[in-house]
Each structure stands twice: as C-alpha cells, then as structure tokens.
Design a protein around this ligand. Sequence first.
Ligand code: ATP
Length: 268
Amino acid sequence: SRVRVMELEESPDVTFKNVGGLKNEIEEVREAVEYPLTRPEVFQRIGVEPPKGILLYGPPGTGKTLIAKAVANQANATFIRMSGSELVHKFIGEGAQMVRDLFLLARERAPSIVFIDEIDAIGSMRTHDGTSGSAEVQRTLMQLLAEMDGFDNRGDVRIMAATNRVDMLDPALLRPGRFDRVLEVSPPDSDARFEIFRIHTDNMNIGTVDLKDLVNITENATGAEIQAICREAGMFAVRRNASEITMDDFQAAISKVKNKSKSDDIMY
Ligand code: ATP
C-alpha cells in the first residue's frame, strides 16, 4: 500500500541528543526548517524568506534521515518520508500521483516536514533504470517541481531531501525557489565517532572498554556502521552468555561490519 512508500510519524522520537557530531549541519537545518515553523514572525519581522527546500548530501549512513527526524521532533511537526527509489520501483505509473498525494498529506498534517530520501532516483540527469522507463520518472520529477513552485514557503510545511549523488542531480532541482540550500553531511571525524559510540553504547554494559580505543580503530566508519558495530558486539557477548561486552567482542564486530560493507560495495 501507499503507507510503505510514504512513512508518516507524528513527531518522531529521535532528538538532537541521538545525533553524534554534525553540529554545524544541525544548526543549518534548524535555521532552514525548524525556525520557519516555530518562529515565523521573526522571518516576517525581518522581511526575509526562509529557504524553500534543503538538500542533504553525503555517503549512506551518515545521519541525514536522523537529522531530519530530530528536527521534526524539535519543531513538533509531522514527519513524512518518501523514498525516491521505492517510488520509482514500486509505483510504476503512479509516481506523479504519489507526489501529489504526498504534498496533500503534508498540508493536511501541517505543521509537517516532507523528507524525500534518495531523491536522485527521480531527479537524476540520466536514468539508469531499466524497469520504470525514463518518461515516467520524468513525469514524477515534473510533478515534484510543480509542487515546489506552487508552494508558499512561509507556510507550515517544510521540504527536505537527501541523496548520496549530488553530482548526478538534475540542475532544475537546485534552482532558486526549489532546493536552494545544499548541505554536505560528511562521515564522522574522531570526536563525532566518540559521540556516536557513546550514544549507541548508552544502554550497554561495556565494562572496561574505552571508547577512545574504538574510535582509533574505526577511522572510516559511518554512523550507521558504528551503530551496527555496537549491536554486533552486544550479540557476540550474548552468544558467550557473558555479563559484559569486551574489547574482543568489539574487535570481532568491527571485522564483521567491515566485511559486510566491503561486500555491499561490490554489489554497487
Ligand atoms: P542513507 O543515505 O543510507 O539514507 P542516512 O545518512 O540517512 O543514510 P541514517 O538513516 O540517518 O543515514 O542513519 C542510519 C542509522 O545510523 C541511524 O538510525 C543511526 O542509528 C545511525 N547513525 C548515523 N549517523 C549517526 C550519527 N551522526 N549519530 C548517531 N547515530 C547515527
């Protein structure tokens, strides 16, 4: 059903405390998305229009969806997520209608934040997709552009999108009045990795494991990989029937997650 492709959450339970690092990114998103919803009078008083849409880009698993959910929570807004790739692959022939429904729903449930994940699936310059046909994808994109153009950005619906491939996006999406703010979400540096490990081990019994040691052996890990590492380390401890997680558990978890990421890469 449509619920699969459109995920709706009344004020998600993710908060900024669940996000490690990304301080500047969070500040930018609050300015573009949260403040126009919570303090519209300031924008009116100063006479400045908030940005219409904000596009987050960066590698998978770096926290783009997480930030969007946290900002929805902070603004007490309904979070409506649509996946561009699901839209293209599961709703062949219905893409444009789905986009129309998405914006209708967003207005009905306002204040709301529309989050279009993997927007490159509908907004790429070239379509690699064999199954859906590019004319259909093109119609879906046209509908999205029309919805954004017909949209009052002083209103109580805000639009966010995310992609891993900003270089492939149709420039039409990035024109003023559309996604006119573009924000890079980078993989975590060591301070951010420390915070992410802290967040994901918060309820775990990690005994004497030093998070700094974990930070030093996970140089290229993303937030999603760190989350997976913590969960896998916990699972190793569970299998041992242990009372706490050890450094060995974490090391085993890191190899497991690293190998998984490697085999995923080969599939791309
Ligand atoms: P994709 O491009 O694959 O959609 P994304 O950037 O939207 O990825 P998220 O869905 O936000 O990534 O991240 C997946 C999970 O990884 C989150 O639910 C969270 O548990 C963890 N995670 C990612 N980044 C962070 C972070 N900065 N702080 C804490 N947890 C994180």
